[in-house]
Each structure stands twice: as structure tokens, then as C-alpha cells.
Design a protein around this ligand. Structure first.
Ligand code: CP3
Length: 344
């Protein structure tokens, strides 16, 4: 069944005449139907933990655009929530967590309570029964470094300086935190797979702020451990690694992380990425979210450049980072029409 889904076929290494397409953050505030439902939930976390609402929001972009994949509607910060850290989301300000400021605070975290995430697994079940047969469901988690950076700073920052300082000052406590996040991520993803997701994406949105040695210790090393554990426990499920800001390390990552596919961020030149990786490497990306906001000739030119760069390669069309709130929905329609007309 999964074999007839273009996204899954591509993740198995088969290049398609027309690449499958989905967009990071495709369920979100640029959609009026999202804003309407979101206004009925008391808080963003309640929204994520309400299986009826979360399933509906997961399906909204599929109904509107028939993307080749749905991505589970949830957030990477449900993992610290399930470790007992206080997590909330303030409109206009993003996430707020009770910051981890000392080694002792790492050790005070609860053990990861997978049961708290039962609503997420129920959401997966609901989405699966409503999804069109050719659309795949993607599950996800944040990579340990990105999740830890929010746990330590307690909020979004431009450079994740609080987490980088903590890692330099308290390397052992930081390593304990990363170890706990590796274990939690593996059990969370295994449970998502058992509930029905057909591929998983690991988001390391903040990998790009790390110097090389720290990158190996806190970003790529932990992701490789998660992938290896998944390959042991659920070998049939493809993994997409989105290591944002990996930059020149991308070719090395594609040889060492063990994932089935690699997401390219906006800054990477796809022509370079194709030349630097093996022809069998599945790549995902990487339209600039701002080109999608701009629309018009600039959008068409960027789409064509990406399609040209990846022609003949197994490629999943996506953005180079999440869709922006101010994106006009007609521009998404234009993108889909252009990608899907690309080989006819
Ligand atoms: O992609 C999807 O459509 C699925 C859902 C999804 C959300 N967050 C929903 C969300 C996914 C995959 C994420 C991942 C996520 N969350 C990441 C990694 C990807 C990336 O964008 O870098 C990160 C770093 C987070 C943490 C997070 N959640 C932040 C920084 C914010 C605030 C910024 C913002 O866009 O508002 C959130 C909130 C959030 N997560 C929203 C959505 C739709 C907006 C909240 C709202 O509707 O009020």
C-alpha cells in the first residue's frame, strides 16, 4: 500500500517524473481554516493534545492542496512537556519554558512519560483513517540539540547562546540532557510508527549555530544515534534528517547519519548539493519561504531552478524552512501547479 505513494517510493530511492511535494509547517496560520479552528482552542498545547482538532488541522492542507504527504500536527516541545518541564506558547512570542539554568535542574526533570502523549497517537490513528490512499503520513520530533536549546533558554533566541554557554560550562550535565532526549526521541518515534506514521522527520532547526566540534557532539552525533536505534527497532520506516545550517557538512552527513533522505535548507545551492552527494541520495527541499511569499516571476524562477537541479534524482519538493504566516494561499496553488506540470 505504502509503495503506491509517491513520497514513500521516493524515500525508497526511486526518482519520480514529478517529485512528490509537501511543505514544512503546511498546517498553520497562513490557512484561514487553521486560524478558525485555532481560535476555538484555549491554548496551543491543548490544541496539539486534542485529537479531533489536531487530526482536522493535519488534514486541512491535504484537502485544500492534495499534498503528497500530511505531517502530524503537533510540536517538537511536547517532549519537554512529557518530561515535566512547564511549556506554554504565547501568541506573538512563541514558546515559553521554565528554563534549565543549572546541572541540578537537568537531574530534576521527570523521566519521559510517553503516556502523556497518548493524544498524539490517537491523532495519528484518526488521520490515517481519513487520509487519501496516495498521501503518506509523516511523524516527527525535534533533534536533541534543538529541543535542548529551547529547554535551556526557556524561549526562542536568535543564536541559542544560552544552550551553547551551558554546554561549554557544564558539558557533563548537558550530555545527560542530550542522552535523555535521544532515548525519549527514539521511544516517541517508535510509538508514532506503531500508531501509523509511514516516515519520520527529525528537525534540527538550530544545528547551524554550532562550531564544528560542538556540532559533532550535540547535533550530528545524537541524530546518528537516533537513526541507528530506529534502524534496529523499525527498519522499514524511512527517516528524513533536516539539519538546518549543516552547510558544507551536508555531503559528510549524507554518508554518516544513516537516514533515507536529507532536507536542504534555504541557503544551500541545490546544484552544489546534487554534485556533492551520491546519485542515490534522496534530497528534500529547498524553496526559499520568502520566494513563496513574493510569488510571481521570482517564485517561478526559483521553482524551475530547483526542479532543474534535482532532475533525474530522487527528490522531494519542499521549502528550505517552514512556510511563513504571510504566505498568500494562491502562491501555494501556483507552486503546486508549476511543480505538477513540470514534466508534462
Ligand atoms: O509542519 C507542520 O505543519 C506540523 C506541525 C509543526 C508545528 N511545529 C506546529 C506549530 C511542526 C513540525 C513544528 C516543528 C517545530 N516547532 C520546530 C522545528 C521546525 C522549525 O520550524 O524550525 C520548532 C523549532 C518548533 C518550536 C516552535 N513551535 C516555535 C519556535 C513556535 C513559535 C513560532 C511560530 O511559528 O509561532 C512554535 C509554535 C507552533 N508550532 C505553531 C505551529 C502551527 C504556531 C502556533 C499558533 O498557531 O499559535
Amino acid at each position: 500500500m505504502s509503495g503506491s505513494k509517491p513520497l514513500i517510493a521516493t524515500l525508497r530511492g526511486q526518482s519520480q517524473d514529478i517529485p512528490p511535494i509537501w511543505l514544512m509547517r503546511q498546517a498553520g496560520r497562513y490557512l484561514p481554516e487553521y486560524r478558525a479552528l485555532r481560535s476555538k482552542a484555549t491554548s496551543f498545547l491543548d490544541f496539539c493534545y486534542n485529537p479531533a482538532m489536531a487530526a482536522e488541522v493535519t488534514l486541512q492542507p491535504i484537502r485544500r492542496y492534495h499534498f503528497d504527504a500530511a505531517i502530524l500536527f503537533s510540536d517538537i516541545l511536547v517532549v519537554p512537556d512529557a518530561m515535566g518541564q512547564t511549556v506554554s506558547f504565547e501568541t506573538g512570542h512563541g514558546p515559553r519554558l521554565d528554563p534549565i539554568e543549572t546541572p541540578e535542574a537537568v537531574d530534576r526533570l521527570n523521566s519521559f512519560d510517553l503516556g502523556k502523549l497518548d493524544p498524539v497517537f490517537e491523532t495519528i490513528d484518526r488521520v490515517k483513517s481519513a487520509l487519501p490512499a496516495d498521501v503518506a503520513l509523516i511523524g516527527f520530533c525535534g533533534a536533541p540539540w534543538t529541543v535542548a536549546s529551547y529547554m535551556i533558554a526557556g524561549q526562542g533566541t536568535p543564536d541559542q547562546a544560552p544552550a551553547r554557554l551551558f554546554a561549554f560550562r557544564h558539558p557533563q550535565a548537558f550530555e545527560r540532557l542530550i542522552e535523555r532526549l535521544i532515548d525519549a526521541s527514539v521511544s516517541y518515534l517508535v510509538r508514532q510508527i506503531d500508531a501509523g506514521v509511514e516516515a519520520v522527520q527529525i528537525f534540527d532547526s538550530w544545528a547551524g549555530v554550532l562550531p564544528a566540534n560542538e556540532f559533532a557532539s550535540w547535533s550530528s552525533g545524537p541524530i546518528a544515534r537516533i537513526v541507528a536505534a530506529l534502524k534496529q527497532q523499525r527498519p522499514q520506516t524511512p527517516v528524513i534528517a533536516f539539519v538546518r545550517g549543516a552547510d558544507a557538512q551536508l555531503p559528510h552527513l549524507t554518508r554518516t547519519l544513516g537516514a533515507e533522505a536529507y532536507g536542504l535548507d534555504t541557503a544551500l545551492d541545490p546544484v552544489w548539493a546534487v554534485a556533492q552527494t551520491s546519485p542515490s541520495t534522496v534530497l528534500q527541499g529547498n524553496l526559499d519561504p520568502l520566494a513563496l511569499v513574493a510569488g510571481g516571476a521570482a517564485l517561478d524562477r526559483e521553482i524551475d531552478y530547483i526542479l532543474g537541479a534535482f532532475a533525474g534524482r530522487p527528490h522531494i519538493f519542499n521549502l528550505g524552512h517552514g512556510i511563513l504566516q504571510q504566505t498568500p494561499i494562491e502562491h501555494v496553488e501556483r507552486l503546486l501547479a508549476r511543480v505538477r506540470a513540470s514534466r508534462s
